[in-house]
Design a protein around this ligand. Structure first.
Ligand SMILES: Cc1cc2nc3c(=O)[nH]c(=O)nc-3n(C[C@H](O)[C@H](O)[C@H](O)COP(=O)(O)OP(=O)(O)OC[C@H]3O[C@@H](n4cnc5c(N)ncnc54)[C@H](O)[C@@H]3O)c2cc1C
Length: 396
C-alpha cells in the first residue's frame, strides 16, 4: 500500500458519528477518508444490533435535532419493515416516550443505506483497517496516523482528524487524556422465535431479544479494552446460552423454533472512554445556555430535558488538529448517558465534520474555527443552537 496517503479530513471509526462527520466534511468539498476496523459500517447501531433510532424531539412535540441526524433517521427505514410514527409529539407525561420522533430500523438494511450515503458524496472508505498510532507535531497537533490491514502498516496524512472510534482510540494513541465509563451487561441479539411477542419485532418470527441489565461490569481500564472486550463478550454469550438452555429444558421441541440468528459483532459496551475535552458536559447541565452551543439534543429517557451542546465538548483538551464526536465526545455522568446514542452521534458528527472542513479551508486549528462561521454552515442544514430558537425556555 502507498505510504503517502493524504486527505483533507481523516475520520477514524465508521459508526454513526464517523459517517455523519465524513459525509459533512465531504459535502463541504473536502477530500475525506473514513477508516473502519470492521467490514461493516454503522458501528454499534448496526453491527451491535441496535435497532432503535432514538428521538429528535423533546417529547412534547418540538423537534430539536436536525441535519444529518434527521436525514439518517429517515434513510434508516429504506431497507426494512419499519415506518416513522404518523404523529409524534404525544401526550404530556414523564415516561410517555412511544410517540416521539424516532423509529426502529433494520441494522443490516441501515448498513446498506449508510454505504449509499458515503458513495453519494465520495468519501473514501477503508474497511478492515485499524488505526494503530498517531503522531503529533511540536504543537501537539495530530499530523499523521498509522493504520494496519492485510496489506501491511501504512501512514495517512490529514489536514484535520476526527476521532469517532467510540472509545477515543485516536486521542489516546496521540497521548491525549480520557475518562472511562460504567457498563453493565445486557445482551441484545437477533433471534428466530415465532409466537414470542417481543418488543423489538421485525416479523412474526424474527426479533431482537433485549435482556435487561443483568451484571454490573467494572469500569474498563481503557488501554486494556482488548482483554475487557473478551471477558465482557464471553459473559454475554454465556447469558445467551443460559437463556436457550432454560427454554429448551422446559420444552425440548422449542429448539426447532426458538434459536439465535445473529450475535452482535462488536462488544455491547455503552461507555468505554471519552476524550477529556475543553468542556466536559456534566450532570444537571440540561436546559442551560451555552454561548458556544453547536446543536440541541433531547434526553431519550426523559421528556422535556433538552441540552445545548458546547463546541468545547468536541475539542480534545491537550491534542490539536483533531475533533471528537459521538460517544467519545466530552461528557461525563448523566450527560454521557444522554449523549452516547445514535441521534446525538449523528448531530455531533456532523458538527465535527463541518468544523474540520472549516479548519482545513481556513488553515487553522479546530480550536480557532470561528463559531459564527461554523454555525452559519450548520444552520444551512436546519440546526438550532439555543433553546430559545426551538421555542424552549432556558433553565435559570
Ligand atoms: C446494548 C446497547 C443498547 C443500545 N441501545 C440504543 C438504542 O436503543 N438507541 C440508540 O440510539 N442507541 C443505543 N445504544 C447506543 C448506541 O448504539 C451507540 O452508542 C452509538 O451508535 C454510538 O455511535 P458512535 O458512532 O459514537 O460509536 P460506535 O458505534 O462505537 O462506532 C465506532 C466505530 O469505530 C470503529 N473503531 C474503533 N476503534 C477503531 C480503530 N482503532 N480503527 C478503526 N476503526 C475503529 C468501530 O469498529 C466502530 O465501527 C445502545 C448501546 C448498547 C451497547
Amino acid at each position: 500500500m502507498s505510504d503517502n496517503l493524504k486527505y483533507d479530513v481523516v475520520v477514524t471509526g465508521a459508526g454513526i458519528a464517523g459517517i455523519a462527520a465524513a459525509v459533512a466534511a465531504a459535502r463541504k468539498g473536502m477530500k475525506t477518508a473514513l477508516i473502519e476496523k470492521q467490514t461493516l459500517i454503522g458501528g454499534l447501531a448496526t453491527s451491535g444490533l441496535i435497532l432503535v433510532y432514538l428521538p429528535l424531539c423533546d417529547g412534547f412535540g418540538t423537534q430539536v435535532t436536525f441535519g444529518i441526524a434527521e436525514e439518517l433517521l429517515k434513510r434508516s427505514l429504506n431497507y426494512g419493515p419499519f415506518e416513522l410514527p404518523e404523529k409524534w409529539g404525544g401526550p404530556q407525561g414523564y415516561n410517555s416516550n412511544e410517540v416521539r420522533y424516532k423509529c426502529y430500523f433494520n441494522p443490516a438494511g441501515f448498513t446498506l443505506e449508510l454505504d449509499k450515503v458515503l458513495l453519494e458524496c465520495g468519501v473514501e472508505l477503508f474497511l478492515d483497517t485499524m488505526v494503530i498510532g498517531a503522531q503529533t507535531d511540536e504543537n501537539n497537533a495530530i499530523r499523521t496516523i498509522q493504520a494496519a490491514n492485510a496489506s501491511g502498516t501504512f501512514s495517512i496524512e490529514g489536514g484535520c482528524f476526527i476521532d469517532t472510534t467510540g472509545d477515543a482510540s485516536l486521542i489516546r494513541r496521540a497521548g491525549g487524556a480520557f475518562e472511562t465509563g460504567e457498563n453493565f451487561i445486557s445482551p441484545w441479539w437477533l433471534e428466530n422465535a415465532p409466537g414470542r411477542a417481543e418488543r423489538y419485532h421485525f416479523t412474526d418470527d424474527i426479533h431482537i431479544q433485549p435482556t435487561g441489565p443483568i451484571n454490573q461490569y467494572p469500569k474498563i481500564d481503557a488501554p486494556e479494552t482488548g482483554k475487557s472486550a473478551t471477558r465482557f463478550t464471553r459473559t454475554a454469550w454465556q447469558i445467551i446460552r443460559e437463556h436457550y438452555e432454560k427454554i429448551y429444558a422446559e420444552d425440548p421441541a422449542l429448539r426447532h423454533k426458538h434459536f439465535p440468528l445473529h450475535l452482535p459483532a462488536m462488544p455491547q459496551f455503552r461507555k468505554i472512554a471519552c476524550a477529556k475535552c475543553c468542556f466536559m458536559l456534566d450532570d444537571d447541565m440540561y436546559g442551560r445556555h451555552f454561548e458556544d452551543s453547536i446543536g440541541l439534543y433531547a434526553d431519550w429517557r426523559k421528556k422535556g430535558f433538552v441540552w445545548e451542546t458546547p463546541y468545547g465538548t468536541l475539542l480534545p483538551e491537550k491534542i490539536n488538529g483533531a475533533l471528537v464526536a459521538g460517544r467519545c465526545m466530552g461528557a461525563v455522568g448523566d450527560a454521557w448517558e444522554t449523549f452516547r446514542v445514535i441521534p446525538a452521534a449523528a448531530m455531533t458528527g456532523e458538527a465535527a465534520g463541518v468544523a474540520a472542513a472549516l479548519a482545513v479551508k481556513n488553515n487553522c486549528d479546530p480550536k480557532e474555527v470561528k463559531l459564527e462561521e461554523l454555525r452559519s454552515e450548520l444552520r444551512k442544514n436546519n440546526f438550532r443552537f439555543h433553546l430559545e430558537e426551538a421555542g424552549l425556555e432556558t433553565r435559570k
